[in-house]
Design a protein around this ligand. Structure first.
Ligand code: URA
Length: 213
């Protein structure tokens, strides 16, 4: 189940809530954090790909032949915003091994909080399918909006954003710059603090996932 308002789909699922609480908990260690991130990415990914087009073809079961749906080639693309996007990407890759994957490297300048673009490698054919941009923390929204800009530069037209937690500021940025992009998230939190962290949030998603602090 999911609640949808103003282009934001907040996924409502008991397991999603459970995984999110594990991610929020400051006592969660790195392996448990990774495991909860993976679980949540499977649920967010399932919700965001609910309406992927299928082609119906005959399949032989051990007992008879039937018509059944399969994903078409180049239906789904994943674009990870480095580096925290990698946390969500792992589960999504497992969910849809057919997906082609792109990367955008953006880091947030600590003074201006503006995104600095340092890397990009996109698969061909982004215009042919649904592109899921994955960025776990939609804070100011400037990195996510910049990543969506890059996807559009490469021809992407049907784009969705997957975030674990969204702040109202980030949602507003996305609405202003990319109003057609639906955001799939597990929570809409209160807002940003003076350092650009989402409150109550979960801290630094990249550091907690990679163990860099
Ligand atoms: N990035 C994070 O990892 N956490 C936040 O709260 C905001 C941006």
């Amino acid at each position: 189940m999911a609640e949808q308002t103003q282009g934001v789909t907040v996924v409502e699922h008991a397991l999603a809530a459970h995984y999110l609480t594990t991610l929020r908990d400051r006592t969660t260690d790195m392996p448990a954090f990774r495991s909860a991130m993976r679980g949540l990415s499977l649920i967010l990914g399932a919700e965001a790909t609910r309406d992927l087009p299928l082609v119906r073809r005959p399949v032989d079961t051990p007992l008879e032949t039937m018509e059944a749906g399969r994903l078409m080639a180049d239906t789904l693309f994943l674009v990870s915003v480095l580096r925290a996007g990698e946390g969500l990407l792992e589960g999504l890759r497992a969910l849809v091994p057919e997906a082609r994957i792109g990367h955008v490297g953006l880091y947030r300048d600590p003074a201006s909080l503006k995104p600095v673009h340092y890397y990009e490698h996109m698969p061909p054919g982004l215009d042919r399918g649904l592109v899921l941009v994955v960025d776990p923390m939609l804070a100011t929204g400037s990195s996510a909006a910049a990543a969506v800009d890059r996807v559009k530069q490469h021809g992407g037209r049907r784009i969705r954003l997957l975030s674990v937690i969204a702040a109202p500021e980030g949602v507003a940025t996305m609405r202003a710059q990319h109003p057609e992009v639906t955001i799939f998230t597990a929570a809409l939190d209160r807002g940003l603090d003076d350092h650009g962290y989402i409150r109550p949030g979960l801290g630094d998603a990249g550091d907690r996932y990679f163990g860099t602090k």
